[in-house]
Design a protein around this ligand. Structure first.
Ligand code: HEC
Ligand code: HEC
Length: 254
C-alpha cells in the first residue's frame, strides 16, 4: 500500500531532521559553555561584606559538637597526627570557611573533603570554623601531633627565610609573610605558621601544576610556579618546623 509507505518514509525523514537539529543545538550550547567565564571561575566565594558577615556568624559551641566528625583526621585539638593532613587549630575563620565552600562546590578537589563538606549545611560550616578558630596553638606533648617536625639544614633554612621575608623581586615573587602572617594577613590566606610541612608541600605542588586551582586571581598558582622545586621543599620544611613563628627577626637563621 503506497500511501502509508510514503507516510512512514516522510515520518522517518522528519525524525532524522529532528535528531540532527538536537545534536546541532547541543554542540552550540557546549561550545558556548566553553566560552562562558562562569565555568572557569576558581571559586564562587567573593569577599563582600555579606560573605564576611555569614562566615563570621558561627556558634563555636555548636561547632564543637560538629567537630566530632573531623577529629579522626584533624585531631581532637585541631592538630593532626598525620603530617599530610592540615592542622585547623587557630586558623582564621574566613580562610577555612572559604576552603569548605570550595570543597562543597567541587572547586577544590579532595577525596575525603568533598563529600564531608557537602554533608554540612551553610550554618554548620560557619559553626565549625568558629570552633576551630578559637582553639589554641600551644604545645601539648600528650596530643601526638605531627607538628612541629625537625628543622631543615641551614642552607634550606636560609632559602626559605629570604623568600618568606623578602620574596624575590627579580622573579616577581612577593614575600609570603605579606599575606600569610605574622606581618600581614590577606583575607582568605590561611596562616602557615602552625601548618604541617608535608601538607604545605603537597599544596604548593598542586598549585604549581594546576591540580589545585581555587585561588582567586590565580595568586598562588602564579607564585608556586615561579618557585623552584627546592624552594617549595625548603618553604614547606621551614614552616612545618614551626620556624615561621618569628620570621620578622632581623637575623637570618644559620
Ligand atoms: C577522612 C579524613 C578527614 C576527615 C574526617 C575530615 N577531613 Fe578535612 N581534610 C582532610 C584532608 C586529607 C585534607 C587536605 C585536602 C587536600 O588534599 O587538599 C583536609 C582539608 C580540610 C580543610 C582545608 C584546610 C586548609 O588549610 O586549606 C578544612 C577547612 C577541613 N579539612 C575541614 C574539615 C572539617 C570541618 C571536617 C569535619 C566536618 C573535616 N575536615 C573532616 C581529611 C579529613
Ligand atoms: C598576595 C598574597 C599571597 C602571597 C604573597 C602568598 N600567598 Fe599563599 N595564599 C594566598 C591566598 C589568598 C591563599 C588561599 C588560596 C585559596 O583561596 O585557596 C594562599 C594559599 C596558600 C597555601 C595553601 C594553604 C592551605 O592551608 O590550604 C600555601 C601552602 C601557600 N599559600 C604558600 C605560600 C608561600 C610559601 C608563599 C611565599 C613564597 C605564599 N604562599 C605567598 C595568598 C598569598
Amino acid at each position: 500500500m503506497p500511501v502509508p509507505h510514503n507516510r512512514n518514509r516522510s515520518r522517518s525523514a522528519f525524525r532524522l531532521v529532528g535528531i540532527l537539529f538536537l545534536v546541532l543545538t547541543a554542540t552550540v550550547l557546549l561550545l558556548r559553555a566553553g566560552d562562558n567565564p562562569g565555568v572557569h571561575v576558581p571559586s564562587y566565594v567573593e569577599w563582600t561584606p555579606e560573605t564576611i558577615a555569614t562566615a563570621s556568624s558561627g556558634d563555636a559551641f555548636r561547632g564543637l559538637l560538629l567537630s566530632r566528625h573531623c577529629e579522626h583526621c584533624h585531631g581532637a585539638e585541631g592538630f593532626s597526627q598525620k603530617a599530610d593532613t592540615p592542622n585547623l587549630a587557630g586558623m582564621d575563620r574566613l580562610a577555612i570557611w572559604k576552603q569548605l565552600q570550595d570543597f562543597r562546590a567541587g572547586k577544590r578537589v579532595s577525596f575525603p573533603m568533598n563529600p564531608i563538606a557537602q554533608s554540612l549545611s551553610t550554618k554548620d560550616v560557619a559553626d565549625v570554623v568558629a570552633y576551630y578558630a578559637k582553639l589554641p596553638v600551644f604545645y601539648d606533648p600528650d596530643d601526638h601531633r605531627a607538628f612541629p617536625e625537625p628543622a631543615p639544614d641551614p642552607v634550606r633554612k636560609g632559602v626559605a627565610w629570604r623568600l618568606i621575608n623578602f620574596g624575590d623581586g627579580e622573579r616577581g615573587i612577593p614575600p609570603c609573610q605579606a599575606c600569610h602572617g605574622p606581618v600581614a594577613y590577606r583575607p582568605g590566606a590561611p596562616a602557615l605558621l602552625t601548618q604541617n610541612g608535608p601538607y604545605l608541600l603537597e599544596q604548593l605542588e598542586a598549585f604549581a601544576n594546576d591540580k589545585r586551582a581555587n585561588d582567586i586571581n590565580e595568586a598562588m598558582r602564579t607564585i608556586a610556579q615561579l618557585l623552584t622545586d627546592d624552594e617549595r621543599h625548603a618553604l614547606a620544611e621551614y614552616y612545618g618546623a614551626g620556624l615561621g613563628m618569628n620570621p620578622g627577626s632581623a637575623v637570618a637563621p644559620r
